[in-house]
Design a protein around this ligand. Sequence first.
Ligand SMILES: [Fe+2]
Ligand SMILES: [Fe+2]
Length: 209
Amino acid sequence: MKTVKFTAMKDGDREDYEFLNEHEIGFAAKTGDRLLEALVKLDESLSGYKITRLGHSLQTATRAWRDGADTDWIVSALLHDVGDIYAPYNHDEYAAAILKPFVREQCTWVVEKHGDFQRKYYAHHVGGDPHARDKFAGHPYFDDCDQFCERWDQTSFDPGYDTLPIDFFRPFVTEVFSRKAYDPSVMRPGERVPLSDPETARERNGASA
Ligand SMILES: [Fe+2]
Ligand SMILES: [Fe+2]
């Protein structure tokens, strides 16, 4: 297998770095596939709930899809807990770092903060702070994170829910991670897209009922 000539980075030349750049582009193109594999691994994490972490992720994304949410929201919902395996104490920031170059700023913020917002539902039972979210009061995306948790995340632990399979979401993930990183037409800083779109929801639920 061809490799670069150098053993220390400072000794590399243009040919070496052009060669590496090609490799990097090929590797980056498969990010979506690797993330879906990581999601499947989530099946092994965090026992005790009535459904697995993969089941929870798929159910969260299914609710987003049925709400008529756009692709950025659906993929963010699907991957919001992907950090559970390697970053159990800041899984929200971990997932946000993965999504950040490829989805709207609004969605990245919501995923990054969802851990604090979720505390509203359980922290008072374990000596934590259910008001951890209050430090973000007045932030433009505060209500979006509130809705993300209320409508999609905290409610998606139901083994009886009709959850869509992982392959249903593959095209959404592939589309998002094939985008140009940090494309301004994707980032759209400050723009708020509603989580739900009633007309799209009607179409989808009619088609999938
Ligand atoms: Fe989470
Ligand atoms: Fe979650």
